[in-house]
Structure formats: C-alpha cells, structure tokens
Write a protein that binds this ligand. Structure first.
Ligand code: URA
Length: 189
C-alpha cells in the first residue's frame, strides 16, 4: 500500500471524534488501488463492511462489482471509500455532525489518490462532493449521471454522481439507470 495511505490509516485508527465509535467493530477506511483513476465514495459501512473491514462487501457491494464489470473494470483498479467510516447503528442515515467529523478523512483520500474522476454514490456523498467544489447541488434524482468538471489548485478532474447501488436493491428499475450512468464514466475515462 502507498505510504501516504498507510499514514492516513494510522491517523484514522482509534478515531473517537463521534459516537459511531461506540458501536463499530472496526473503522472501514477504504480499499483498492492507491493510484486509481476513479475514486468511488459511498455513504457508510453496513453490517458486512463493519464485520470485514472493507467497503461494499455486502449486497450493495455485489451490485457495485457487477456495475464495474459492466464497464470492464475490476474493484482492484479503482479506490472505494465512504463519507462516514464507521457503521451507523441499524444502518440509519449518517447525521450531519458525524459527516462533518469524518469528511476530513475523505478529503485526505482525495488528495492522496488524486483521481481523474470522483464518483459519489447516493445523496449523502453527492451532496458533500458537489458542495466541496462549489458546484450546483441538486437532488440525486436530478444530478445522477451528470458530468461536472473541476479545475482548481488540486488539478483537473471530473465528478459523475450516481444513485447508490443499494437504492437499486429496493427499486429494481434503478438498475438500468445505474448501468446507463456507469457507462458515462467510461466515456470520460
Ligand atoms: N453502502 C455504503 O455506502 N458503503 C459501504 O461500504 C457499504 C454499503
């Protein structure tokens, strides 16, 4: 693993900035290639992720793997993390203070991985990423599959928000939308 990511992992270990530390089994930092062109940002670990210490290893993760395969990518070629790194009890939505306490770690991931494309998955990640780069924020149903370009001191990169794969587990119609939106990632890669 890249030394900077190792250092970040050490910084994060034992984090007790919020109450999510009380119930977690472990912090789920991130997974994948440190030199990835694409950084996926999910919401928060679920039960399986909390148990295994890796993001997207449950049912939503299986669908994410399928979507990656659909565009000819393997999980090892991308980097995956979440805006909140500890499992919220009963998989509830992360609360604002939990997100605020944790996004410094996401910002560090973005600096270190330095991706060409950031793909926020779902409304929480999309809202944080679009706000961070002062982009017009809308609901995920309006911005999914849209291409945003950023050029700043950190460099140049693109953002393509996606519905969260878990949403397609509850609403199968969204799977087709996700497949079509994932192909847009390929178009700019
Ligand atoms: N959902 C997420 O947003 N992140 C995970 O790691 C797993 C499920």
């Amino acid at each position: 693993m890249n030394g900077q990511l190792e250092d970040l992992k050490k910084d994060i270990s034992g984090c007790e900035k919020c109450d999510l530390s009380d119930n977690r089994t472990q912090i789920v930092v991130g997974d994948g290639s440190p030199g990835a062109d694409i950084l996926f940002v999910g919401e928060a670990p679920g039960r399986q992720e909390d148990k295994k210490g890796r993001p997207f290893v449950g049912r939503a993760g299986k669908l994410l793997d399928e979507l990656l395969e659909e565009i000819g990518l393997e999980r090892e070629e991308v980097y995956i993390t979440n805006i909140v790194l500890c499992r919220p009890p009963k998989n509830r939505n992360p609360k604002d203070p939990e997100i605020k306490n944790c996004t410094g770690y996401l910002d560090s991931h973005i600096r270190i991985v330095d991706p060409d494309i950031i793909v926020p998955l779902g409304s929480f990640a999309t809202s944080y990423i679009l706000d961070k780069y002062d982009l017009d924020n809308g609901s995920i149903s309006n911005v999914h599959g849209n291409l945003f370009s950023v050029s700043n001191l950190e460099g140049q990169f693109k953002i393509i928000p996606q519905y969260h794969p878990a949403a397609a587990l509850y609403n199968p119609d969204l799977k087709e939308v996700l497949v079509s939106d994932f192909h847009k990632i390929l178009e700019v890669l």
